[in-house]
Design a protein around this ligand. Structure first.
Ligand code: KIV
Length: 293
C-alpha cells in the first residue's frame, strides 16, 4: 500500500471508541443525581455495575445501567492484587477516565482508594479533585461512617458529589477481621445513625455492603437518599454487583450474594481453545481472513 492510499481496514488495535451521536439522533440524556433522587421518591429501583474499561462501560451504558462504579475492586478484578488495599490513585485515574469517556449516559462514580483520603480532609479533597479532573468522574465514593463526615461536607460543599459506603468496607478488611456481615444485633442502631450522619453531611447515596436485610431495609426507610445494596437483601433502592462476578469471569467461588448472569469465563475458554486449535491445524486464517494481493 502506498503511503497516501486510504487504509483498507481499521488500524490494528484501534478498538471501538464510543461513536459520536449520529446526525439527527437525540443525544442520550446523562443520568444525574436528581434523577436518582426522583427514582427513590417514585419507588423505582435501579441497578449499578462496576466497570473498569471502555468496552464494559459501553456495553453497560447501552444496556441502560444508570450508574457505573469504577470501584477499587479493580484491585482484585483487574490489577491482580488479593484485596483492594494496594490500589493507588495513580492506578485508578486511567481506569476512571476510560469508563467516563466511554459512557455516554451513565453517571460515573470513582472510588477513592485506600490511603488516598483517610489522613486528612485536605488529602481526601486533593484526591477527589484528581478523580474528577484527570479521571473525568462525575462523583466519588468513599468508605466509612462518622469520621468521614468532615470530608463529605468539604467535598459536597465544593461541588463534588459523594457516594458513601457502610457495612462491610473492604478497605478495612484487616481491621474488621475479614469478610464479615456488619450491623448485626446492637450494631444496627449505630449503622442507621452513621447513614443518617452521612446523608446530613451531603452524601447523595449510600452503599450498604453485607448488612442483614432487615437493617438495610431500616436504613432505606429512614433515608431520603438512595441506598445501594450488595449482600444487603432486596429492600434497598438499588443494587450493585462487581461486573466480573455478575458475568462469571471469576474462577473460584463467588460470595453468596453474587448472582451469575452469564458465563463469560466458559465462553472465553471455549473461544481461546478453538482459536488455538484452528491456528495449530492451519484452519485459521482461511481465505476469508487473508489478503490475496
Ligand atoms: O469497589 C467496589 O467495587 C465496591 C462495590 C462492591 C460497592 O465498592
Amino acid at each position: 500500500m502506498s503511503a497516501d492510499a486510504p487504509e483498507e481496514t481499521a488500524p490494528y488495535g484501534s478498538g471501538n471508541r464510543t461513536p459520536a451521536t449520529p446526525e439527527g439522533a437525540p443525544s442520550p440524556r446523562r443520568v444525574r443525581i436528581p434523577h436518582l433522587h426522583a427514582m427513590k421518591a417514585e419507588g423505582r429501583r435501579w441497578a449499578m455495575l462496576t466497570a473498569y474499561d471502555m468496552y464494559a462501560a459501553q456495553i453497560f451504558d447501552e444496556a441502560g445501567i444508570p450508574v457505573l462504579l469504577v470501584g477499587d475492586s479493580a484491585g482484585n478484578n483487574v490489577l491482580g492484587y488479593e484485596t483492594t488495599v494496594p490500589v493507588t490513585l495513580d492506578e485508578m485515574v486511567p481506569l476512571v477516565r476510560s469508563v467516563a469517556t466511554a459512557a455516554r449516559r451513565a453517571l460515573v462514580v470513582a472510588d477513592l482508594p485506600f490511603g488516598s483520603y483517610g489522613a486528612s480532609v485536605e488529602q481526601g479533597f486533593t484526591s477527589a479533585v484528581r478523580l474528577m479532573k484527570e479521571g473525568l468522574a462525575h462523583a466519588v465514593k468513599l468508605e466509612g461512617g462518622r469520621p468521614m463526615v468532615p470530608l463529605v461536607q468539604a467535598l459536597t460543599g465544593a461541588g463534588i458529589p459523594v457516594m458513601a459506603h457502610l457495612g462491610f468496607t473492604p478497605q478495612s478488611e484487616h481491621q474488621l477481621g475479614g469478610y464479615r456481615v456488619q450491623g448485626r444485633g446492637d450494631a444496627a442502631d449505630a449503622l442507621v445513625d452513621e447513614a443518617r450522619a452521612l446523608q446530613d453531611a451531603g452524601a447523595f447515596a449510600v452503599v450498604l455492603e453485607m448488612v442483614p436485610a432487615p437493617v438495610a431495609a431500616r436504613v432505606t426507610e429512614v433515608l431520603a437518599i438512595p441506598t445501594i445494596g450488595i449482600g444487603a437483601g432486596n429492600a434497598t433502592d438499588a443494587q450493585v454487583l462487581v461486573w466480573s462476578d455478575f458475568a462469571g469471569l471469576r474462577s473460584g467461588k463467588a460470595p453468596r450474594f453474587v448472582k451469575k448472569y452469564a458465563d463469560l469465563r466458559g465462553t472465553l475458554l471455549d473461544a481461546a481453545r478453538t482459536y488455538a486449535a484452528e491456528v495449530e491445524s492451519g484452519a485459521f486464517p482461511d481465505a476469508g481472513h487473508s489478503f490475496d494481493s
